[in-house]
Design a binder for this molecule. Sequence first.
Ligand SMILES: [Cu+2]
Length: 418
Amino acid sequence: MHRRQFLATGAAASIGGVLPNFNFIEERSTKDNARHFSPILEPIDASSGFKEFHLFVDLVQHEIVPGVSIHTLAFNGTIPGPEIRVNEGDRVRVHFENRTGLNHTIHWHGLHVPWRMDGVPYMTQLPVMPDQTFVYEFDARPYGTHIYHCHWGTMLHMQAGMYGAIIVDPAEGQTDPIQNVFPYEREYTLVYSSHDTNFIRNELNIMLERMKERRFLMQNGRFEKERFGLFADIDDLKSAMAKGYHPPYTTRRRTSADLPDPNFFTINGKSYPETPRLMIREGENIRVRLINAGASAHSLHLHGTDFWVVADDGYPLPNPRRMNTILLAPGKTHDIIIPGDNPGIWAFHDHDTRRATNNGVYPGGTLTALVYEDLPYMDRMAMPGMAEMQEHDPAAQMENASMEMDGLTHLPFISLDQ
Ligand SMILES: [Cu+2]
């Protein structure tokens, strides 16, 4: 038997189950880890007096974890969409181009934009239809961590991937109110979401077919608003019903089997083991912006220390609160400060453990870790319990021996190479 094969068999045997499993924090340098965060969107033009950005939506193939890719919707080709950073008071212009066969809008969640820029279809604007570009224009306010997302068919479009972070920094020349209280140099944005991959695939196919039909009928002057559920007001609906129109909720009932039942839980579009890590050094504070762009709540717990909750929906809290578990409800943002006061490698995970799985299999989901970059090499390599395990478990002993032959002394840990 090949050594690698033996190693895999040994690992499965030692957990006593039939499920293939893995448990590791892979080797990842700080530089590699940086790739697990969204790039910041570059303005296209600053000469107009506006900070102008270009966002587009297209169908993409997105990998959640190795072996699981979905065909879905994304802003600028990535999930989440790129991070937009502006300063308070900036005049902002976003050219939003629809490259798909579906309708979309953008809602600026937490920002106080003019109402016609709020992105709610048929309430504040018409949907941005296939091949159209819509220009959103607003002043960036208030300060803080916010979200942008599609507001058309949100049950599908948001979990499909149409969300991102929009962060309003203090006005140019002003210092950050949180920086004033908790000096920090590094910050991380973690955007949480949950996805039902079957629901996304089925609904996207249905919607694309429906839009094809709608476009065909419109082009041929045979578009009937009833067929697409478009009514001017409640009387319009009632008169259509008097003529035989049945609203879909009267003819069928969707059960939990038809509604989204998420099987993947992501941070920045990826599930464990591909989740971003929080890198820290002893003595420093890091700022972490937690955003929930999904429809599941996350009860996030940090091992090893407490963090300070410093902002709620973007607003700096006058009295920061110290805790180790925070409920991140759908649509919420919280900023936390983690002090580097207990060197180690510490789990940071959802305490609703169903959300620490991939397709129901643990470990996975939003599991991640706070990792000290300056942890001494020997501390990282010496795994407590390893010696005892070798003494009493012949399988583990053999497994470890074969790992040594492969040039590994112990289970793979995080590499601290810069
Ligand atoms: Cu959309």
